[in-house]
Design a binder for this molecule. Structure first.
Ligand code: SF4
Length: 259
């Protein structure tokens, strides 16, 4: 593998051209013509057996695996003719292929109170619950979620669309953060939220975002356009609406991706 950090002029021009093409920003076809698959690793936890299984998939179909900043494993270097078999092998190994489009992404989380000596809340069950309920929900632009067990925010709570961190009193909730060329730090939506109430804060945020955002607009831009207090008021107004409809939309989208 060439690990050179230098980028020559030819590569730079190629990148500029690629960026003009639709689909460049979605994982799929690589620069060299091979394909990449994003493999979900819920809660970023796996057993030795699962890791061995994934290792075999990488060996058989790809070139190597890359740990993404979102805690997925990207298998790169898959020839087009092996892509479908690789998808099936990922599934047989107990993992699933993740969407990388405009939707609620895999939840990023730290080990939390179950394993970290600083943990104040249990991140793993919280991340699992959020994933099970909301992952895949279509949104106007990508929607990232982060769960940290304490204010140290090792899972980058404030650099995601919806981030929470544990405190002795519950969870503090932040919305509207993002990375990218113009990073934005999320703003505080609520403090001391009980675990059972976190899903309704997420549902209300996603619902308002789906309703008021312009196409391809990240939440940070929506909040900037409307003003934080206006957006926050809309979220708090929607807080007690049942979110079965959003959960159903997310489930349907996940089923579609799995096909
Ligand atoms: S955020 Fe807190 S609980 Fe999570 S890994 Fe960091 S120090 Fe531990």
């Amino acid at each position: 593998m060439d690990t050179s950090a230098e980028m020559n002029g030819e590569l730079r021009s190629e990148t500029v051209e690629c960026k003009k093409q639709p689909g460049y920003r979605s994982l799929g076809r690589q620069r060299d013509g091979n394909f990449a698959l994003s493999v979900g690793v819920p809660t970023a936890c796996f057993t030795g057996e699962q890791l061995r299984g994934l290792g075999e998939v990488i060996e058989q179909y790809g070139t190597f695996g890359h740990l993404s900043t979102a805690q997925s494993v990207i298998i790169v270097g898959i020839p087009e003719e092996k892509l479908e078999a690789a998808r099936l092998a990922v599934s047989d190994a107990g993992f699933d292929v993740r969407s990388i489009g405009k939707d609620v992404r895999q939840v990023k989380c730290c080990p939390g109170a179950d394993y970290s000596p600083f943990g104040l809340q249990r991140t793993l069950p919280m991340a699992k619950l959020i994933e099970k309920t909301f992952r895949g929900l279509p949104t106007p632009a990508k929607f990232k979620i982060s769960v940290s067990g304490c204010p140290n925010c090792c899972a980058n709570t404030m650099m995601n669309e919806f981030g929470i961190h544990g405190t002795v009193d519950g969870w503090n909730v932040f919305i509207g953060g993002k990375m990218g060329p113009n990073p934005v730090v999320a703003q505080e939506l609520a403090v001391g939220v009980e675990s059972d109430d976190v899903p309704k804060y997420l549902a209300a945020t996603a619902r308002v975002f789906r309703e008021v955002a312009e196409t391809n607009e990240r939440l940070a831009a929506t909040i900037e356009r409307l003003g934080f207090q206006t957006f926050r008021h809309m979220v708090m107004t929607a807080l007690d609406a049942p979110h079965d409809d959003l959960a159903e939309l997310a489930r349907a989208a996940r089923d579609q991706t799995a096909r």
